[in-house]
Design a protein around this ligand. Structure first.
Ligand SMILES: C[S@@+](CC[C@H](N)C(=O)[O-])C[C@H]1O[C@@H](n2cnc3c(N)ncnc32)[C@H](O)[C@@H]1O
Length: 237
């Protein structure tokens, strides 16, 4: 995975049609058709990334520059492992092929994740009482970056989905404040909605720089957005 300044993919019109199979819901057919014609999906397959989400982290890091060689990264909601792939490459946690290992990537998900050279994957529920402690134990010290792309399965009820993802982002921010080095970075996925400004304000109490960012790889028709907090305040105001 070479790091490149060039645009990752060209936008191309949706062309491939999916026949509506008997028994498949119309929504599944639409999803499949969108996947097959999504240039990010095609590019991810071509370059061996585990999903189109990987491009989102590349684009976030290209803007905010936190995945530095040697950094210690926590990746919450890591399955299937696209963000961890990007993180492992950029922090140089992959010691294979004669490379010196400098960084660390620890990923957690409720789902199984295929092993990845340069990352340690844990299976567990971050929202459970013991979730954060399990990650902290694996980390064994401070982190430079806490990432959360955690998202519950969509219910289709936008307020419910919004509130659930905000709760996950809040938990990730709370964890980040505990484990980050003073100039650390937290990145959390949210869905825009009524409670997002309150989370932004909570983050402002702990971080000096807060930004909202929607990477190009995030679908334009989705309410998805990332909040990036950088540099911890010395003490809460
Ligand atoms: C959008 S996907 C993450 C994609 C990932 N960043 C990548 O690049 O491959 C969201 C993930 O959050 C996970 N997740 C949802 N709730 C979780 C929880 N309570 N604890 C840990 N992971 C959770 C889901 O299982 C799912 O794999």
């Amino acid at each position: 995975m070479a790091r490149s300044k060039k645009p990752y993919v060209d936008a191309r019109p949706l062309t491939e049609k999916v026949k509506t199979a008997k028994g498949r819901k119309a929504s599944s057919t639409k999803w499949l058709q969108r996947q097959l014609n999504d240039p990010y999906v095609q590019e991810a397959q071509r370059v061996g990334l585990r999903g189109r989400a990987a491009f989102k982290l590349r684009q976030i890091d290209d803007k905010f520059h936190f995945l530095k060689p040697g950094a210690r990264i926590v990746d919450l909601g890591a399955a299937p492992g696209g963000w961890s792939q990007v993180a492992a490459e950029r922090v140089k946690s992959d010691s294979s092929k004669g490379r010196a290992k400098t960084g660390t990537v620890i990923g957690l998900d409720i789902k199984d994740i295929e092993p990845l050279v340069g990352a340690t994957f844990l299976k567990g529920d971050f929202m459970s009482e013991e979730g954060p402690a399990v990650v902290r134990a694996a980390l064994g010290g401070q982190a430079n970056v806490v990432l959360s792309d955690m998202a519950p399965d969509a219910t289709g009820h936008s307020l419910t989905d919004h509130l659930r993802i905000i709760a996950m982002a809040e938990a990730a921010v709370e964890f980040a404040v505990e484990v980050l080095v003073p100039n650390g970075t937290v990145v959390v996925k949210v869905l825009q909605g009524a409670d997002e400004p309150a989370l932004f304000d909570t983050m402002r109490r702990s971080f000096i720089n807060i930004r909202r960012f929607k990477p190009g790889a995030s679908r334009g028709d989705s309410a998805e957005l990332y909040l990036i907090g950088q540099v911890l305040r010395q003490s809460s105001p």
